[in-house]
Design a protein around this ligand. Structure first.
Ligand SMILES: C[S@@+](CC[C@H](N)C(=O)[O-])C[C@H]1O[C@@H](n2cnc3c(N)ncnc32)[C@H](O)[C@@H]1O
Length: 212
């Protein structure tokens, strides 16, 4: 883990307006479809999209008739969601932090965290928080990076963690009291290059699925 003196909030506030364009190069829509399929969502369910950004996962969920609470630390990111979806009743925007989510206990049928965990200071606490807001039998889907050594992502994109060992994710899910834990390859990659183009990263993505 790395200290983040500039601050990931400042970084994400700054890139919010261009995040959709950046994100398209990093990972594909099929990742979102796999995550949503794994949760077996139904119309009328309540989902929380944690570290929602500009609403990549939120958008897929709304299309399925799911009511979404989108949480992010960055007001600028949340404003982009508002701009895209207007005041559509199905999306509830909340500014908040990973370690103290602005959501009551046992509210969510499903919780999604796509490419969020490697930005937080304490991923085990963030996972426990996501577990706290799940209803009994609710499902948590975390899609994130496997462990890698592309250091430029720390300096250029404010990644605090260079991905994760899947056994750590499994342990944190277990510590959070979650069950039926699976941490598997999503068969997707995250692709990025350094500003100077001297380094090219292609990092495999895992999908963790667990129930309360
Ligand atoms: C890489 S982006 C992913 C956004 C979105 N999930 C997607 O798939 O496009 C990470 C998001 O997590 C948010 N984030 C990072 N650290 C956070 C924290 N500690 N608490 C809440 N949100 C955080 C950032 O503001 C950013 O919008």
């Amino acid at each position: 883990m790395k200290e983040d003196p500039v601050g990931s909030k400042e970084y994400f506030d700054r890139v919010a307006a261009e995040w959709d364009e950046l994100r398209r190069d990093f990972f594909s829509e099929s990742l979102r479809e796999k995550a949503i399929e794994a949760a077996n969502v139904k119309p009328g369910m309540i989902a929380v999209d944690v570290g929602a950004g500009t609403g990549f996962v939120t958008e897929g969920l709304v299309k399925k008739g799911v009511n979404v609470i989108a949480v992010d630390q960055s007001e600028a990111m949340l404003s982009q969601i508002k701009k895209k979806f207007g005041s559509a009743g199905a999306i509830d925007l909340r500014r908040g932090e990973a370690e103290n989510l602005p959501v009551d206990d046992r509210v969510a049928d499903c919780v999604f965290a796509n490419m969020f965990l490697h930005h937080v200071e304490k991923p085990s606490v963030a996972i426990a928080e996501m577990g706290r807001i799940l209803k009994k039998d609710g499902v948590l889907i975390v899609t994130d990076l496997d462990e890698h050594d592309f250091n430029f992502l720390r300096n250029e994109q404010h990644d605090r963690w260079l991905g994760f060992k899947r056994e750590d994710i499994r342990r944190w899910l277990k510590q959070a009291g979650l069950k039926r834990i699976r941490v598997e390859c999503a068969n997707e990659n995250c692709c990025s290059h350094s500003v100077s183009c001297s380094e090219e990263a292609k990092i495999s993505i895992f999908m963790a699925i667990a129930r309360k």
